[in-house]
Design a protein around this ligand. Structure first.
Ligand code: HEC
Length: 185
């Protein structure tokens, strides 16, 4: 009788642990679900709802100010804080907005109006697609424009992306300084 009670308690503990683990792995970073066998990248859906906001760069430009919002797949920031690295399969999405502005009660305030483009990066620690010109240096690189949001339009990350990311090479090509959540909660 006693032994049976202990057994049941142990079983419940094991079940609880399993469920927690299950929930975590469901929430885990699995960017390769957006990649086909050839390495073609799709834009992940519902990013604003389901991803974590990392931070925003404001780019002041006489031709039109922009706000760059960067989102990461769930768990990415926590893992980064623990390991100092983006885990294999991490997805980063940068949504580039045009802005409106006006004198508000705070000052000359700018806010996001329409989306112009999305940049997508998927962390590939294993070099999965060696022959694909959109994969290399530890990431899959992709670009989607607002007029055809489902169509990936970058052709060669070395030409389309890498040059501009060289200043961030020492931080795995990512401009981490603009993302407070990578440093602390
Ligand atoms: C004109 C230079 C330029 C080009 C071209 C460029 N990037 Fe970036 N990218 C940046 C800069 C600078 C940042 C961070 C600051 C900002 O957004 O203003 C950034 C940020 C990002 C981010 C958010 C994470 C981070 O590093 O901060 C992603 C994702 C990204 N770029 C992907 C791409 C991809 C994919 C391409 C090619 C299809 C690309 N970029 C091409 C300059 C560039």
């Amino acid at each position: 009788m006693h032994a049976r009670a202990i057994f049941i308690v142990l079983l419940l503990i094991a079940l609880g642990a399993y469920q927690q683990f299950g929930a975590k792995s469901q929430n885990s970073i699995n960017g390769f679900q957006f990649v086909d066998k050839m390495g073609n990248i799709r834009k992940p859906p519902n990013v604003r709802d389901t991803y974590q906001a990392l931070g925003t760069y404001a780019v002041i430009d006489p031709k039109g100010n922009e706000l760059h919002y960067t989102y990461a797949s769930p768990g990415a920031a926590e893992t980064y804080r623990q390991t100092g690295k983006f885990a294999d399969g991490t997805v980063l999405v940068k949504e580039v907005f045009a802005t409106d502005h006006a004198q508000l009660t705070t000052g000359d305030a700018n806010w996001a109006s329409g989306t112009k483009i999305w940049f997508v990066l998927i962390k590939d620690a294993k070099g999965r697609y060696p022959g694909n010109p959109l994969w290399g240096d530890g990431w899959g690189w992709a670009l989607f424009k607002a007029d055809a949001p489902d169509k990936q339009v970058a052709t060669d990350y070395k030409k389309d992306c890498l040059g501009c990311h060289i200043p961030a090479k020492s931080t795995d090509w990512i401009y981490v300084q603009g993302y407070p959540v990578l440093k602390s909660k």
